[in-house]
Ligand binder design. Structure first.
Ligand code: ATP
Length: 248
């Protein structure tokens, strides 16, 4: 995915200024920066989640496989299937574990019923590292799982509709350290199949899971580099100050 000259406004207020980022295929890109710098705003531009905020306006270009995702002929439902999202707080549907994963493939016509659907559900749960923990209780409510399991269920739900890109907005911030470690491990495995962008407040997490890091400050993309470079030898003083904990 490629973003060029992206500006975002909430009413009169500009939240992002001329952002250029390429999300490298099968890599994890971390979006970091102090609170309010525009990380989530940028993430939400990538699958047009900002469309649902009335006062929000996006300019510039964002392309997926060279097609502008803001062009008139783009079907937003299809776009969000190709660019899936996992939120900060695990948000399973109030349905069974099975149904949480089966719902997407069914409405998108990827698998309708029976064995075919069972296979998609199993494979998605396996990829999300959850199958072995839930295989004997697929008909129990998704909400009966622990927080970490619920987040992996939400990841399985995103995977089930075969996205190309997965956006994650602070996916571990509601989880304990053990559940966080599991999700981080999972993110590393998932990049074999998907391109991933993750917003995180946790710099150690960015360093652990990502190959590229974008540092935002006051709506500006200050620095976008290989993660190792950002954390060992940043070019910009603001990046240096942030990663050494001087602000943020
Ligand atoms: N729905 C909205 N309406 C108006 N302003 C908004 C809205 N969402 C975000 N903003 C503003 O846009 C700016 C960027 O916010 P955003 O949530 O993208 O930052 P962030 O870096 O993700 O912050 P945090 O780390 O605290 O989640 C902030 O000034 C915020 O107040």
């Amino acid at each position: 995915m490629r973003a060029r000259d992206v500006n975002v406004f909430y009413g009169e207020k500009q939240a992002l200024f001329d952002v250029d980022i390429d999300l490298a295929q099968n890599k994890v890109t971390a979006l970091i920066g102090p609170s309010g710098c525009g990380k989530s705003t940028f993430l939400r531009c990538l699958n047009r989640m900002n469309d649902i905020i009335d006062i929000c306006r996006v300019t510039g270009s964002i392309t997926l496989d060279d097609r502008d995702i803001y062009s008139r002929d783009i079907d937003v439902v299809q776009l969000r299937a190709r660019v899936g999202m996992v939120f900060q707080k695990p948000n399973p549907f109030p349905k069974s574990i099975y149904e949480n994963v089966a719902y997407g493939p069914r409405i998108h016509g990827l698998a309708s019923k029976g064995r075919e659907l069972d296979d998609v559900v199993e494979q998605s749960l396996r990829r999300a590292g959850l199958f072995d923990e839930v295989s004997d209780r697929l008909q129990q409510p998704g909400t009966s799982l622990s927080g970490g399991q619920q987040q992996r269920l939400c990841i399985a739900r995103a995977i089930a509709i075969s996205p190309e890109v997965i956006l994650m907005d602070e996916p571990c911030s509601a989880l304990d350290p053990i559940a966080t470690a599991k999700v981080e491990e999972l993110i590393d495995e998932l990049r074999e199949h998907y391109t991933i962008a993750i917003v995180t407040h946790n710099m150690q997490q960015a360093a652990r899971v990502s190959q590229f890091t974008a540092f935002f400050h006051l709506g500006e993309l200050v620095e976008f580099e290989a993660t190792e470079q950002i954390f060992t030898n940043p070019h910009d003083q603001r990046t240096q100050d942030y990663i050494t904990g001087r602000f943020g």
